[in-house]
Design a protein around this ligand. Structure first.
Ligand code: DQA
Length: 147
């Protein structure tokens, strides 16, 4: 079993970027934490981050080519704009969980809508970086139900 942990633009700045909104934990720390949980479950975790829409699309396609089992995805600002990422998800047969660190619904109006969520199995929003752990557990439970 292999999961892709995919993070979109500006999340390489996690821990430094608007710490009042996103906290002080870095992306590297998040990836280490989820890798540790994955090890304990015998799951392989591939973590990727990109600031480029096309690279995120390529990563989703690659997950399908490699027959990976689930994608945990924080599309960052592309959440609100990217029909191309939405189509990328539709182009593969892999369950995707969408995740946001901040409570996007309590922020600016443009963050209230996701063009991604209707093509995912579910969304986790507003629990800080702990959301990555929640998404990881939710993916495991989802796959149990499928198999
Ligand atoms: C985010 C929320 C988005 O609105 C924002 O553009 C981000 C991060 C979050 O994790 O809270 O970059 O996806």
């Amino acid at each position: 079993t292999t999961f892709l942990l995919l993070n979109g633009p500006n999340l390489n700045r996690l821990g430094l970027r608007e710490p009042g909104v996103y906290g002080k934990v870095t992306l590297e720390q998040v990836e280490q934490r989820i890798s540790m949980l994955a090890d304990a479950e015998g799951i392989e975790l591939v973590a990727k981050q990109s600031n480029h829409e096309g690279e995120l699309i390529d990563a989703i396609h690659q997950a399908a080519q490699q027959q990976w089992d689930g994608i945990i995805f924080n599309p960052a600002a592309y959440t609100h704009t990217s029909y191309a990422l939405r189509d990328a998800i539709l182009s593969v047969d892999i369950p995707v969980i969408e995740l946001h660190i901040s409570n996007v619904h309590a922020r600016e109006a443009f963050r209230h809508h996701s063009v991604i969520s209707s093509v995912t199995i579910g969304q986790i929003v507003g629990f800080g970086v702990f959301g990555y752990e929640l998404a990881f557990q939710a993916m495991i439970e989802h796959l149990k139900g499928e198999n």
